[in-house]
Each structure stands twice: as structure tokens, then as C-alpha cells.
Design a protein around this ligand. Structure first.
Ligand code: COA
Length: 162
């Protein structure tokens, strides 16, 4: 049984991330979404809040994947978790350089860990968590890009709802 890890910040999870998780589930038996505790990014949601949103999404959509928080080096987590594959989404050419660097660095840190790239549906290729936050902060609708409960959490964070 191949166990794979889909790591990211998920601040917050978007339909693009969900698309990648579903694709990974079609290929692998055991998929774990790994929510990074700290990534150097100034996150809007705490790691716990991000994890809860991921878990709720998986449950609501009946996606057979697990979710957990990880801290420290990704390869250390992958090894500790008895996985060998990291899944990442490639949305556009602009993702390539940073993903290439990360994949090769992770390989340097642990030769047994492979990174596998999946392409999300083209309609999600322009999505990012930052752009979602920008729209939500300005009271725009993000209904088409995130699950309903995530939209609600964004509205609460930005003070448009209690
Ligand atoms: N659909 C929509 N958006 C997507 C997406 C998809 N399929 N795939 C990625 N994104 C977006 C994210 O929302 C995010 O947007 P943002 O920058 O506006 O927040 C951006 O693309 C990239 O984010 P993410 O996929 O979460 O990756 P990341 O770069 O934030 O996190 C980690 C990368 C956590 C995996 C990496 O930092 C890590 O491994 N950290 C642990 C420490 C470590 O091991 N470092 C050495 C690595 S070589």
C-alpha cells in the first residue's frame, strides 16, 4: 500500500486543493493532507483552524483521505509517517521553478522520497489562497472557489459576519 502526503499551507483550502486531493485518492490508497504548522507565510488562520477546515471539507465531500498538522522538515515528516511520495499540484508554468527547486531539495535531503506532480482542472489553474483572501477581505464573493464553510470562516475573519 502506497502512502502519500499532500503538504501545503492551506490558508485556507480551496477547490483547487480539493481537486488535487481527489485526483491523488484515485491513484493511491492512503492519502494524507499535511497542513504545515509554520511556513514562513503570515497566515490568516491558525494551523488548528486550517486543519479543521481541511477535515470538515474531507468529511462533507466524503473524500477518503486523512489530515494532520506537521512541523519541521517535510521529508522528516514523510519518513516518520512511513510514506515515500509527496504530491504537489502544478497549476501553471509559474509554479514550475519553485516546485522544481523544492522537489530536488527534498530529494537531496532524502533520496527515497519522490515528488509527484498532478495538474488541477484548468478552471482552477488561476486559484491561490492569497487571491481568495484578497477578494474576501474586500467583501467579494468567493463562493465559486471554496467550500461553503470556508467562505463562512473567511467572512467571520474579515468581520462581515459574526
Ligand atoms: N489549487 C489552488 N491553489 C493552489 C493549488 C491548487 N491545486 N496548489 C497550490 N496552490 C496555492 C496555494 O493556495 C498557495 O497560495 P498562496 O501562496 O497564495 O498562499 C500557493 O499555491 C502555494 O502554496 P502551498 O501549496 O500551500 O505550498 P506552500 O508553498 O505554501 O507550502 C510546503 C509548501 C509547506 C510544502 C513547504 O514550505 C514545506 O515543505 N515546508 C516544510 C519545511 C521544509 O521541509 N522545507 C524544505 C522544503 S525543500
Amino acid at each position: 500500500m502506497k502512502r502519500v502526503i499532500y503538504p501545503g499551507t492551506f490558508d485556507p483550502i480551496t477547490n483547487g486543493h480539493i481537486d488535487i486531493i481527489q485526483r491523488a485518492c484515485r491513484i493511491f490508497d492512503d492519502v494524507t493532507v499535511a497542513v504545515a504548522e509554520s511556513t514562513g507565510k503570515n497566515t490568516l488562520f491558525t494551523s488548528q483552524e486550517r486543519l479543521v477546515m481541511v477535515k470538515k471539507t474531507l468529511k462533507q465531500l466524503h473524500i477518503n483521505a486523512k489530515a494532520t498538522i506537521f512541523d519541521g522538515l517535510l521529508v522528516d515528516f514523510v519518513r516518520k509517517y512511513n510514506a515515500t511520495v509527496i504530491v504537489r499540484g502544478l497549476r501553471a508554468v509559474s509554479d514550475f521553478e519553485v516546485e522544481f527547486q523544492m522537489a530536488l531539495m527534498n530529494r537531496k535531503l532524502d533520496e527515497e522520497v519522490e515528488t509527484l506532480f498532478l495538474m488541477p482542472k484548468d478552471t482552477y489553474s488561476y486559484l491561490s489562497s492569497s487571491i481568495i483572501k484578497q477578494i474576501a477581505r474586500l467583501n467579494g464573493s468567493v463562493k465559486a472557489f471554496v467550500p461553503k464553510h470556508v467562505e463562512r470562516e473567511l467572512r467571520v475573519k474579515y468581520g462581515f459576519r459574526k
